[in-house]
Design a protein around this ligand. Structure first.
Ligand code: FPP
Length: 259
């Protein structure tokens, strides 16, 4: 495959690659501390990894990528300096990488309790979404001030309010109503969830949406999770058979592709 021809590569792999990959980008702090650097340096390097992974995901023909950039717990439990630094990094990332996002055709979306974020960050998120709304090669969704239980609570409240207004009968509530009230109702369920830095837990990320996702845990810290690591994870995914609770896989992936 020629790395200069991402479109033909994406076409060749179509049907094999996961359509939606979710990432828990863990280990920035440890990456920095192990090098005697401030934790902020780990987050900066993590943002570089996010750029490289976005590019590679587009090349591989992935349709959606959702990254856990900042959990609600991160915001509450980290020193204010670190949280402020992450907010600034996010704003810098959005401003600095605008042209790359345009060039790649990536549509940006944000999920989480964004109304609780500082006003300037909220404004930047809205601008980034508006400016990239016409892009259609891949959706890059960043979860910021996100917690999956909060998302489900917010959905339950919205559904209860609809019932209170007489628009919905509680007996008619089904899975589609829950899914339809999540932060991004158009999000398809992730096919693959990748967590870096050797931790094997979900940490309140997309609990509803990952019911049938394949899980992949990479030992390296997020800043070391380069494009070749993404390829390894995709290859591992392609070798798995998904069952969706049944006996026969609806999408049989019996043999690994040539990469
Ligand atoms: C977890 O590592 C990572 C985060 C809390 C932040 C993730 C942010 C990035 C990858 C940078 C890109 C983000 C933006 C906002 C564009 P950790 O600090 O918990 O690492 P540790 O577990 O080793 O301490």
């Amino acid at each position: 495959m020629s790395s200069s021809d991402p479109r033909s590569e994406a076409t060749r792999d179509a049907g094999a690659v996961p359509r939606h990959i979710a990432f828990i980008m863990d280990g920035n702090g440890r990456w920095a501390e192990s090098r005697g650097l401030p934790r902020a340096a780990g987050h900066g390097q993590g943002a570089e990894t996010l750029r490289a992974i976005t590019r590679r995901a587009v090349e591989r023909g992935v349709e959606e990528v959702t990254c856990y950039a900042l959990s609600t717990e991160n915001l509450l439990r980290r020193p204010p300096d670190e949280v402020d630094g992450l907010m600034e990094l996010l704003r810098l990332y959005l401003a600095r990488d605008r042209s790359e996002i345009d060039e790649l055709g990536v549509q940006l979306r944000f999920i989480g309790r964004r109304h609780e974020l500082p006003a300037n960050v909220q404004a930047d998120l809205e601008t980034a979404e508006r400016q990239s709304a016409g892009h259609n090669r891949m959706i890059l969704r960043l979860a910021i001030n996100y917690g999956s239980r909060s998302e489900l609570v917010d959905a339950a409240r919205a559904i209860a309010e609809a019932c209170q207004r007489g628009e919905l009968d509680p007996r008619d509530i089904d899975e589609s109503h829950i899914a339809g009230h999540l932060y991004d109702p158009s999000m398809r369920d992730p096919d693959l969830l990748i967590r870096t830095a050797g931790e094997e837990r979900i940490s309140n990320f997309l609990l509803w949406q990952i019911s049938y996702s394949e899980l992949y845990f990479a030992p390296c810290a997020w800043p070391d999770f380069g494009p070749e690591r993404l390829d390894e994870a995709i290859d591992a995914y392609c070798r798995r058979r998904r069952k969706y609770g049944g006996i026969v896989s609806p999408e049989v992936r019996s043999a690994p592709r040539d990469r």
